[in-house]
Design a protein around this ligand. Structure first.
Ligand code: SF4
Ligand code: MSK
Length: 651
């Protein structure tokens, strides 16, 4: 594979070439070493759940069809699939739990450095939890909300509170199907129990529970993470920034913040702006001060709320160091490659792990504690400043550009931008979908995957969608990929849009592709979908909407949990790269078709991003037809005779 096949981003492609010249091993080299990869694992039919295995079933019917215990392909693949949901839901939800715990500490005054930033949003959440507002102090309300929110993780019975935000018909469907989540942790644990050797052996039944746990992620752990983060750090509003490794500066201490939780990165943003830290950097020779850039979803968090530049997405974490300009890469949880310290050995970058739960061989660990957040952040920034002196003098062999973008499209912001401050509403969006200027809505999200050309599939899919008048909502690394192509630039982005979408975007002043945040912020897309339903005129459930979801370069278990909560919320969802049940025929048919009878949404798999976009558009058109909005109303010029005839009929 040459560099251009490895990455569609010219900056990354160039750095891959440079790494090769410098004999630095990257993920693409390791993919080659791993090839050919196990076909059974790839198709989901390898089981290593008990010590009588590993067992593999033959998808082509020539070899064994059952494992030693008698489990068939569909059971094996369904168990593997919902275990992926369990891991993904656990990752999002544990992130949310950490935010909820910090939220309580803030309300109790035990976390100096943090404060409640969005009181309105706190009051809205208080109403969801039926917390009395009256004339109580904000911190009192926050404490009660925080405790009730945290209790959602351990709740054993009943329904998750945030599920009430779904359309009523959807809630009723979840109850009827027995998939309304009871508690966030409970459903995840039950997956692990049901998939233990010799428990649940029926693939529909296994998938039902996968739906319950995934919904507990999307409408539970992830949604609470987003809500509480917005209350603590501010609800995003449109913000201008730039993206890609050109953000690195020669005369500044460059720090990349990589991972997911904003608890630490918020503090590093605050600390790096202080005179004390700027002077400290200058004392080490960095006359320009401190330059922060985000990577993966931490990037999205600090971009959305502070306009901090985005260094890059998942597959840029190794190549960022090849620039020779990164003093420190600060990591917390999720999507962090263990190879970082190995790449760093070739340059001067320090890899700093910070999470209580995540360490890495050969990295320096500076544990972050919320109760002394500012001190932890200062310590980390100082390590980076101290390292500036170790930068090779000939670093920055290449000057890279950055691309401008506008981000910050929270659900509330879209509501405001569309409807104005006095009458915030989704009405203009619904009206423009009904009149056909906007054909439909797509959520394009998820990771990069070294098996497909980095960024390219996101970009090709999103271009095909906007060209066909589909407005695109984005999160995660997919958003970063498309921002690098200029799709989030309100001027350049419009060049890619079809005429109807372009007209609406020009009127409202938004790009055709809206950045809605990080992986947990996929819950913002759920909220937007629920708001469109509630606005009226497009059916009475999410499954009625002319909408579709996709993750063309997915790689993580979190993506499967996200995909499945979209499906269980009624959305047609297409994944690229590979699909982890393809070796199990009946299960795959069920996920790609039969499940729609139960939940309205269904999965699909199409590795070609343009074809996948066309499948999404075909689905959107089907929904438009079902809603009776598929035909443009002909404008008939009426003469006097016709008017009189019409008046007679009305009379
Ligand atoms: Fe094999 Fe069954 Fe054990 Fe899985 S649970 S490893 S299929 S014997
Ligand atoms: S960071 S889960 S690579 S989107 Fe959320 Fe990117 Fe996927 Fe991680």
């Amino acid at each position: 594979m040459n560099e251009k096949m490895k990455s569609g981003d010219p900056v990354t492609a160039q750095l891959i070439g440079q790494a090769c010249e410098e004999s630095v091993e990257l993920c693409w080299d390791r993919l080659e070493q791993q090839s050919p990869q196990c076909g059974f694992g790839n198709l989901g039919v390898c089981c290593r759940i008990c010590a009588m295995g590993p067992c593999q079933t033959d998808p082509y019917g020539n070899g064994p069809q059952r494992g030693v215990c008698g489990a068939d392909s569909d059971t094996i693949a369904a168990r593997n699939f919902i275990r992926m949901i369990a891991a993904g839901a656990a990752a999002h939800s544990d992130h949310g739990r950490a935010v909820a715990e910090t939220f309580i500490e803030v309300a109790e005054g035990k976390a100096p450095g943090y404060s409640i930033q969005d009181e309105q949003k706190l009051l809205a959440l208080a109403m969801d939890f039926e917390v009395e507002i009256g004339d109580r102090a904000i911190n009192d309300i926050a404490l009660e909300v925080g405790k009730l929110a945290l209790a959602q993780w351990g709740q054993q019975e009943g329904e998750l509170v945030m599920c009430q935000r779904a359309p009523l018909k959807r809630q009723q469907l979840w109850r009827e199907q027995g998939i309304m989540p009871r508690g966030i942790d409970r459903e995840i644990v039950e997956i692990m129990h049901r998939t233990h050797m010799g428990v649940d052996q029926e693939y529909h039944h296994l998938i039902d529970h996968g739906s319950r746990a995934a919904l507990g992620d999307g409408w539970g752990g992830s949604m609470l993470a987003t809500e509480l983060q917005d209350i603590l750090f501010g609800t995003p509003v449109p913000v201008v920034s730039k993206v890609n490794l050109g953000f690195l500066e020669e005369d500044q201490v460059n720090i990349i913040l990589h991972g997911h939780e904003p608890l630490l990165s918020e503090m590093i943003v605050a600390v790096s702006m202080t005179d004390e830290m700027k002077e400290y950097a200058a004392s080490k020779g960095a006359t320009g001060g401190i330059n922060l850039g985000g990577m993966c979803c931490t990037a999205n968090e600090i971009l959305m709320r502070h306009g901090i530049p985005v260094a890059g997405d998942f597959l840029q974490q190794e190549v960022a160091m090849v620039t020779g300009l990164v003093e420190a890469m600060v990591v917390d949880i999720q999507c962090i490659m263990q190879s970082l310290p190995q790449v760093a050995k070739h340059y001067h970058t320090k890899i700093l792990t910070t999470s209580r739960i995540a360490r890495m061989p050969d990295a320096q660990h500076i544990e972050f504690h919320e109760d002394r957040a500012l001190e932890s952040a200062k310590e980390i920034v100082k390590v980076a400043c101290d390292n500036y002196q170790n930068r090779q003098k000939d670093a920055k062999k290449t000057v890279f550009d950055t691309i401008d973008l506008v981000a910050g499209f929270s659900h509330e912001t879209i509501n405001y931008l569309l409807g104005g401050s006095f009458r915030a509403s989704y009405r203009p969006l619904n009206d423009n979908i009904i009149n056909g200027k906007i054909r439909g809505i797509a959520g394009v999200v998820g990771c990069n995957n070294a098996k497909v050309p980095h960024d390219l599939y996101h970009i090709e899919m999103v271009k095909e969608l906007v060209k066909n008048d589909v407005i695109v909502l984005q999160t995660g690394c997919s958003a970063i990929a498309c921002a690098k192509e200029g799709l989030m630039d309100p001027v350049k982005g419009l060049e890619f849009a079809g005429p109807g979408l372009r007209e609406v975007c020009e009127t409202v002043g938004i790009p055709p592709v809206l950045h809605m945040g990080s992986c947990v912020d996929n819950s913002r897309i759920l909220m937007a979908a629920a708001a469109v339903v509630k606005e009226g005129g497009l059916g009475d459930d999410i499954s009625d909407l002319p909408a579709a979801g996709a993750a063309p370069e997915w790689m993580s278990e979190k993506a499967i949990s996200i995909g499945h909560y979209f499906v269980a919320s009624g959305v047609y969802t297409v994944f690229g790269v590979s699909f982890p049940t393809l070796g199990a025929k009946k299960l795959t048919e069920y996920l790609f078709d039969g499940i729609a009878e139960k939940v309205g949404g269904k999965w699909d798999f199409e590795p070609d991003p343009v074809k996948a976009a066309q499948l999404m558009i075909a689905h959107i058109d089907e929904k438009r037809k079902a809603l009776g909005i598929d035909k443009k109303k002909e404008r008939v010029l009426m003469d006097m005779e016709m008017r009189r005839a019409e008046a007679d009929i009305e009379a």
